[in-house]
Design a protein around this ligand. Structure first.
Ligand SMILES: Nc1nc2c(ncn2[C@@H]2O[C@H](COP(=O)(O)OP(=O)(O)O)[C@@H](O)[C@H]2O)c(=O)[nH]1
Ligand SMILES: [Mg+2]
Length: 338
């Protein structure tokens, strides 16, 4: 199958082809890397070499940009449950919804992704929904460039909303916050003391704050938590001047507050578009994506390029026999920069 045929299949709504393309993004094989570069290049509408030069690039005409929403929060706060409720609501509005779940723990346990999938039972059988664990890579850079590419593929496939679930453990939410139009932070009903445990850094990323589980036994506690969050809002400052993230009570279980939270998300995006913040964010995202992809490819070349492998083993031998020192080895190994 040619790259063009593959891209067409994805665009026609074939979810298996989309899934395969996302799998390719995380592959470390040189062959796969080349193939995914070609595909991404096509999808992003870049003319590459003479191969495409003579053809008009129809890709841009049908490409559109989705609303990209990050959903973060501590494990167990209800991100997957909320995403399912929101996803079902968005389908009812006529949206096509893609969910990318970035879960670092899935690398270790292998089980949590399955857990997420079963919790999104209703969404996962909908023909206008696509759910998939996003490749995490080994590094944060890995999260960024593979997820950015996965978002672009989902847009190419015609999804109008891309929801990105990420565990808010203080490491990768910054990376995800920098990839989306709106970053939603879910909070667990809890005491004020527990709230103080929330890292200030995470709150600063939040464009919308939700307190989930506003139901049953945790209903009242959720209300207290909301009050605490609101009164603590002076402790963190949003990047957007004079903006303070709205706090909303939701129950993902009972699908309560879903519509309101979506309206707040849209309100934020609208507001940030009017102030030019949205455009600024998207531009910065592209620069960061470029840098991380360049770094990724460069590191790959560094260790995988056959010339480098040969050079490396010769330098290793010299180091072992103490013929050169570490600095000399680095100087001999790295390419000249100017
Ligand atoms: N009471 C209540 N429980 C919820 C709600 N949303 C999620 N849960 C429960 O919280 C647990 C974690 O949910 P999950 O969506 O997997 O959380 P995640 O780890 O943040 O993705 C599960 O046992 C859910 O059933 C809610 O709105 N109300
Ligand atoms: Mg989850």
């Amino acid at each position: 199958m040619t790259t063009e045929e593959w891209a067409e299949l994805i665009q026609s709504g074939d979810r298996r082809s989309l899934s395969r393309a996302i799998t390719l993004l995380e592959s470390r094989k040189e062959e796969d890397r080349k193939q995914s570069s070609l595909l991404m290049s096509h999808v992003l509408g870049v003319r590459r070499g003479s191969q495409h030069a003579s053809r008009p690039f129809g890709a841009m005409a049908t490409n559109h940009e989705a609303l990209r929403i990050g959903i973060s929060g501590a494990p167990g706060v209800g991100k997957s449950t909320y995403i399912e409720a929101l996803g079902m609501y968005l389908l009812s509005l006529g949206h096509k919804v893609a969910v990318l779940a970035i879960d670092p723990s899935s690398n270790i346990s292998g089980g949590s992704i399955l857990g997420d999938k079963t919790r999104m039972e209703r969404l996962s059988v909908e023909k206008n929904a696509f759910i998939r664990p996003s490749p995490t890579g080994k590094t944060l850079g890995g999260v960024t460039h593979t997820t950015q590419s996965a978002i672009a593929l989902c847009e190419w496939a015609g999804y109008s909303v891309v929801l990105i679930e990420t565990v808010g453990v203080g490491q990768n939410e910054g990376a995800v916050a920098n990839m989306v139009d709106c970053f939603v932070l879910l909070n667990q009903p809890g005491s004020g003391d527990e709230l103080q445990g929330i890292k200030k850094g995470i709150l600063e990323y939040a464009d919308i704050l939700l307190v989930n589980k506003h139901d049953g036994k945790t209903k009242e506690l959720a209300e207290h938590t909301l009050a605490h969050l609101q009164s603590a809002s002076h402790l963190y400052r949003h990047e957007l001047k004079d903006y303070s993230a709205p706090c909303i009570l939701v129950s993902a279980f009972e699908s309560k507050g879903i519509e309101e939270s979506w309206n707040q998300i849209l309100g934020f995006i609208d507001h940030s578009k009017k102030l030019g913040f949205w455009k600024k964010r998207r531009n910065e995202q592209i620069i960061r994506w470029f840098k991380q992809l360049a770094e990724h490819y460069w590191v790959h070349q560094l260790w995988q390029n056959p010339n480098n492998i040969a050079k490396l083993s010769s330098l290793e031998n010299k180091l072992r026999s103490e013929k050169i020192n570490v600095i000399e080895a680095v100087d001999a190994f790295l390419p000249p920069w100017s």
